[in-house]
Design a binder for this molecule. Structure first.
Ligand SMILES: [Mg+2]
Length: 271
């Protein structure tokens, strides 16, 4: 037996199965006890592979089926935590309707179907438009995603415009108080301050059927780190999808590996 195997054996004897999550990384967790778990999932890059245009992502019907089964096994303690608007995710999930936090927590629809929206400065949309207009006029290939209380600039088609995109967004933030910049994969966004993915997870955990359960969160991008922090602080299970620095305790190599794990999860939890 190698010293590494020995160390692992010692570790496993010392820790009950559920506690081993904290000490193992670079792998996906072995989850049990659905009554004690609440599952939170990012959408883009986690449930669907990222596409060149946000409208072009495709939710595999097998993933939709797995989400429906998980929602049942977890008696509704499943929520999508996304940067998109709630309605945009609803369209992909149809006919499935889940609890969702949208625009990085600016809006949230809970398990009872009640929707909460953070208020924001009414001058915000016009201020952002003014700031990005010169850049868009010059580079029509940049993609704008207008959302409730936010505007995202996608530079996937023009990676060389990253710095110019960030500068345009900084100028928008400079014009108005209570706004912040969110950076993601090939996207920079200005949004009203009023929530983040971690706060959204914490809000769900105050309500039925999430309350008292151990949170599990999976996400692929920088904005998911807020949720990893909340989940880690509560002894939950944090899963980073794909490469990159993270505070998550587990990792899937990429979207495909994560989805394979997710599709096996309903049977595993039910069994
Ligand atoms: Mg994502």
């Amino acid at each position: 037996m190698t010293s590494r195997q020995l160390a692992l054996n010692v570790l496993q004897r010392r820790c009950p199965l559920e506690e081993r999550f904290h000490t193992v990384a670079m792998t996906l967790p072995d989850l049990r006890n659905p009554d004690h778990l609440a599952l939170f999932l990012d959408f883009d890059g986690t449930l669907v592979a990222i596409a060149s245009h946000p409208d072009e992502v495709r939710l595999d019907p097998k993933t939709r089926d797995a989400l429906a089964q998980l929602n049942e096994v977890l008696t509704g303690a499943l929520a999508i935590i996304t940067g998109r608007e709630i309605a945009a995710v609803d369209r992909f999930l149809e006919p499935l309707r889940l609890s969702i936090a949208g625009v990085h927590g600016l809006m949230r629809r809970n398990a009872q179907g009640k929707t909460y929206e953070s208020a924001f400065d009414s001058r915000l949309p016009a201020a952002i438009e003014r700031a990005v207009f010169p850049l868009l006029a010059k580079h029509p290939g940049l993609l704008v995603e207008r959302k409730y209380g936010a505007l995202a600039l996608h530079y996937r088609a023009h990676p060389e415009l990253e710095q110019a995109s960030i500068e345009a967004m900084e100028s928008a933030v400079g014009e108005l108080a209570a706004t912040e910049i969110k950076r993601g994969k090939m996207v920079v966004e200005v949004k009203a301050i009023g929530g983040n993915k971690g706060a959204a997870v914490a809000d769900f955990l105050k309500e039925e059927p999430f309350v008292g359960r151990r949170p599990v969160f999976a996400g692929d991008d920088a904005t998911d780190e807020d949720a990893f922090a909340v989940v880690n602080a509560r002894g939950g299970v944090s899963i980073k999808v794909g490469p990159g620095a993270t505070t998550a305790r587990f990792r899937a190599a990429g979207t495909e590996e994560f989805l394979e794990w997710l599709r096996r999860l309903p049977a595993q939890l039910a069994g």
